[in-house]
Design a protein around this ligand. Structure first.
Ligand code: ZN
Length: 178
């Protein structure tokens, strides 16, 4: 069988992509629910308060451009959060950011829209793990999961995101907002 052309593969990928994202989101929601169910069976008083581990993966190492380019060498990041409660260590949260846009040139100053694939302007730091962690943790919170312990690499700012979210929720609770 002849190998498909790259443009054919790209076309097919573009077609199935939104559905893959949906399936992934659904799957992660189910895993979150299951995690809470497991902890409930374990007799935990607070089954949604869990141990998590998180890290970002880049398409190029952030430091690899030193002395070569004034731009960040990475254009894509996947920040994933896994549970450290079961043997599965399932990934239950993912934040994807990319700077890949062929529609809006950097010089034009135009902002990217939902029509192009980029969801991060080139001005923003792609290594901003604080923001990616916060986004992931807020998404987890919407399904009743909060970080009791968060394991990250020592240079990561992600733990500050968890700390700040915790303080924000405490503050809101003290004002009886929820
Ligand atoms: Zn764009």
């Amino acid at each position: 069988m002849p190998a498909p052309s790259t443009s054919g593969l790209q076309k097919r990928a573009n077609k199935v992509l939104p559905e893959i994202v949906n399936i992934d989101k659904k799957d992660m929601k189910a895993r979150r629910k299951q995690l809470i169910a497991i902890n409930t069976l374990r007799g935990r008083k607070d089954p949604g308060s869990v141990s998590l581990q998180a890290d970002g993966a880049y398409n190029n190492a952030i430091y690899s451009g030193i002395g070569k380019t004034p731009f960040q060498p990475a254009t894509q990041v996947v920040y994933s959060v896994a549970e450290a409660e079961t043997e599965d260590k399932s990934i239950i949260g993912v934040v994807c950011k990319n700077k890949l846009c062929s529609v809006h040139p950097i010089k034009s100053g135009e902002k990217c829209t939902s029509a192009c694939s980029s969801n991060l302007t080139f001005m923003k730091s792609i290594g901003d793990e604080y923001t990616w962690a916060k986004e992931a943790l807020q998404d987890l919170a919407s399904d009743g999961i909060e970080a009791k312990h968060l394991t990250t690499d020592p240079d990561s700012s992600a733990y500050r995101a968890a700390d700040d979210l915790y303080l924000e929720i405490q503050h809101l609770q003290s004002q009886n907002i929820f």
